[in-house]
Design a binder for this molecule. Structure first.
Ligand code: ADP
Ligand code: ZN
Length: 734
């Protein structure tokens, strides 16, 4: 049968190709693909995976190329609302629609093959004419508890040779087949015992409200539950209920708290229904996870931010744990979306219940709850007899006056000694990578800057190198000052490597684990550090913010924060909020069992409200104070913010470009928008590019979006080698 008309599809791309292109869909693919499905096409002579964003009958282009390959499955079909969500992301966060698909249609995901193994099973146990050895092997297999075996299991573990297996196959006793195996995330392979949950009365009250909402979802819920109040248990029960109703479940967790412990808890309670998605997985594992979700084989997805974009059918429940966490915002590349806010939108488009949970809700979410946009639920007590820990603040200035120049106060030093004696565990937080912040020549004052970026190089002692944490530039650490040839080079500021060295020195018998970006680079390292600590193979876990969140180790009696004010004075309107979150969260790691825990916070700014209120566990006090200052300055949640960065190698042209943008912005919205800047960005150079920034504030989201769309399309589009970044609801001000 001939088609009366060609079916044409518009395809968008997850890579830097602007716009969408039209292709002919060959007849053999017709009816097999949906909007949102990945297709392989040729663009500028290379083959690329893109996604169908539209079906049409005609195209303005004359000569269209055909679609070469397709992926079937429920990418978006049965609920078209998912493609509407993608369209919303593209328009709200100002990027090409193809880019929104990047996490699910990346080349590597599309091109990684399923994993196949050779599999054997018994076809006929009764076959005659076997040799004694063949008979012996067959009898052995018959009495084995398994019913099928992979080649390596039989050959390596059972010592059966390949030729023997071949003989058994040709005589018809065994069959040999190719079989696809699912590569699972490491965390899923470690099962534990089945866990039965019995909710406390407080948890039960929260659960039953949410259960009712699950049937007819309306507003999102904000669950404000202190650390250790058992939010996870409520999530698990709710997810079980949703599954029983036949609905899909997405659970978002910040990347670094997506630990084996978290995943195992869900697995032990829910069984084998879970798929996982995070950045430490291999391409193969990720491909298989995605496939399980797209084909509907797994109906519960636990993942970091990009999981919210997953093509899961009939989603009924979306949980965002630690909703305040800034890692939900993707700032580095397009789409610059916030997964929490996207979750709220997905819930709206797909009539799913959205639950945002945190011990320290973000200013935005708590404000929304007070305004009635979200319904508020609270868990105010820890489970059982566990209490919130006692927190003490130590003024490090006073330590210096008493001539203690080490970075451990006398109090913390003493408490560590005592805790070690009792055989309990300790978590120490120092949120700073490397050995020392910078090197300075005592003779001439020379400091070491990255030649490509306007930041100091950080000294890493192990490799005897200095690294730029912006661009990765690395040099050998100098032995003499390159400027004055002096030999008095001094380390300034303590990084986590220096802290580790010192701790090993003063507590030689303590077993210490360090957890930071540098020790967790290898695949699986993250998992094994946390497992060792959980199994009490270490006494002290020293880490950056990676150790602050979500961990539940009942053995931890003491938490120490070595320098609480590192983030406090970064010029960013969220610096106070971030400090409060970090301290409250890390303090929450202590005393999660019957003993009262203890927290010691060392700081040079003991009077700072964020620090004092974290000590008091006073979320409400912090919120009330912070909301006033946000109001006064028009910062979110009062008013919306967008940040524009213009980047380029020639400073004059960058200035010219941002100048044009300012003119365009003023033309597009003479009032209703406040412009701050333009000015050089806080990090004014990265990788040799000059950077200028402009902040736009407004009460009206639609006005802001109109202006940003004009900026993105308009004045500097034709300027060569000038890059314009538009970041809506930005989290980084650097
Ligand atoms: P949160 O996520 O709110 O910080 P968790 O869900 O990690 O709290 O729970 C804190 C601790 O309390 C965990 O060790 C957990 O096993 C325990 N717990 C929570 N709910 C219950 C319950 N209903 N019964 C018994 N133990 C519970
Ligand atoms: Zn650099």
């Amino acid at each position: 049968m001939n088609r009366s008309k060609d079916q044409i599809v518009s395809v968008g791309f997850p890579v830097a190709i602007p716009g969408v292109f039209d292709y002919i869909l060959p007849e053999k693919f017709e009816g097999k693909v949906v909007r949102g499905a990945p297709v392989l096409v040729e663009v500028r002579k290379t083959k690329l995976w893109g996604v169908i964003v539209q079906f049409k009958d005609s195209s303005p282009c004359k000569k269209l190329k055909p679609v070469l390959e397709i992926k079937t499955g429920k990418w978006t079909d049965s609920n078209r609302s998912l493609i509407e969500l993608y369209e919303w992301i593209a328009s709200y966060y100002q990027c090409e629609i193809g880019k929104v698909f990047k996490p699910v249609v990346r080349k590597k995901l599309m091109e990684t093959a399923p994993k196949e193994v050779i599999n054997y099973r018994i076809a006929n146990p009764e076959v005659g004419n076997l040799t004694p050895r063949q008979k012996e092997v067959l009898t052995g297999l018959l009495s084995d508890s398994a019913h099928e075996w992979t080649g390596p299991v039989l050959q390596k573990e059972k010592g059966i040779s390949h030729s023997l297996l071949s003989a058994l196959c040709s005589k018809g006793a065994l069959v040999r087949e190719r079989k696809t195996v699912i590569r699972e995330a490491t965390e899923l392979s470690r099962g534990g015992e089945k866990m039965e949950i019995c909710l406390t009365t407080k948890q039960e009250a929260v659960f039953s409200t949410l259960k009712r909402a699950l049937a007819t979802p309306a507003k999102p819920y904000l669950l404000h539950g202190i650390t250790g109040s058992g939010k996870t248990y409520v999530y698990i029960e709710l997810a079980k209920t949703a599954c029983a109703m036949g609905k899909g479940v997405i659970i978002l967790v910040p990347e670094i708290s997506l630990t084996p412990q978290t995943i195992q808890r869900f697995k032990n309670a829910m069984g084998d229904v879970i798929a996982v998605m995070h950045s430490r997985m291999s391409d193969g594992e990720r491909r298989d996870s995605l496939e399980q979700v797209v084909t509907g084989k797994k109906r519960v997805l636990i993942g970091a931010r990009s999981a919210i974009l997953a093509p899961m059918d009939n989603v009924g429940l979306i949980i965002v744990d630690e909703e305040h966490d800034s890692s939900y915002k993707q700032g580095e590349m397009e789409p610059r979306y916030n997964a929490r806010d996207t979750a709220v939108m997905r819930g709206k488009f797909q009539q799913a219940l959205v639950v945002l949970g945190s011990a320290t809700p973000s200013m935005e979410s708590y404000h929304n709850a007070l305004q009635g946009k979200y319904s508020l639920l609270e868990l105010k007590k820890r489970v059982g007899i566990a209490r919130l820990p006692l927190v003490e603040i130590v003024d490090m200035n006073a330590e210096h006056k008493e001539n203690n120049w080490t970075f451990l106060s006398r109090l913390l030093h003493w408490r560590i000694t005592e805790t070690l004696k009792k055989g309990r565990q300790i978590i120490l937080l120092l949120n700073r990578r490397g050995y020392s912040v910078s090197l300075i020549c005592k003779d001439c004052g020379h400091t070491y800057m990255c030649p490509n970026c306007s930041v100091h190089l950080t000294y890493h002692r192990v490799e005897f190198s200095m690294k730029c944490h912006q661009c990765g530039h690395m040099i050998r650490a100098p032995e003499v000052c390159p400027k004055c040839k002096g030999e008095h080079i001094k380390y300034r500021g303590t990084g986590i490597q220096k802290a580790e060295e010192y701790l090993r020195d003063v507590f030689p018998d303590a077993r210490i684990l360090r957890m930071d970006q540098d020790t967790t680079r290898r695949k699986g390292a993250h998992v094994s550090i946390l497992e060792s600590f959980a199994e009490k193979k270490a006494d002290i876990l020293l880490g950056t913010q990676m150790v602050a969140k979500g961990l539940d180790f009942p053995g931890v009696a003491l938490v120490g924060v070595l320098q609480a004010d590192i983030a406090l004075h970064i010029p960013d309107f969220r610096s106070s909020e971030r400090t409060f979150h970090l301290l409250t969260q890390v303090a929450g790691r202590a005393g999660r069992s019957d003993d009262t825990g203890e927290v010691i916070i060392q700081t040079y700014f003991p009077q700072d409200p964020a620090i004092i209120m974290a000590k008091e566990h006073d979320f409400f006090g912090f919120f009330d104070r912070e909301i006033e200052s946000r109001k006064a300055l028009f910062y979110p949640p009062h008013g919306r913010l967008a940040r524009i960065i213009v980047q380029g190698a020639e400073e004059v042209r960058v200035r010219e470009a941002i100048g044009r943008i300012v003119v365009e912005a003023k033309r597009a919205a003479p009032d209703g928008i406040i412009l701050l800047g333009p000015s050089p960005a806080i990090i004014s150079r990265i990788k040799n590019d000059f950077r200028y920034s402009l902040i736009c504030k407004s009460n009206s989201v639609s006005l802001l979006n109109k202006v940003l769309a004009r900026i993105r399309m308009g004045p500097v589009k034709k300027m060569k080698n000038i890059k314009v970044i538009v970041d809506i609801d930005p989290y980084s001000m650097m």
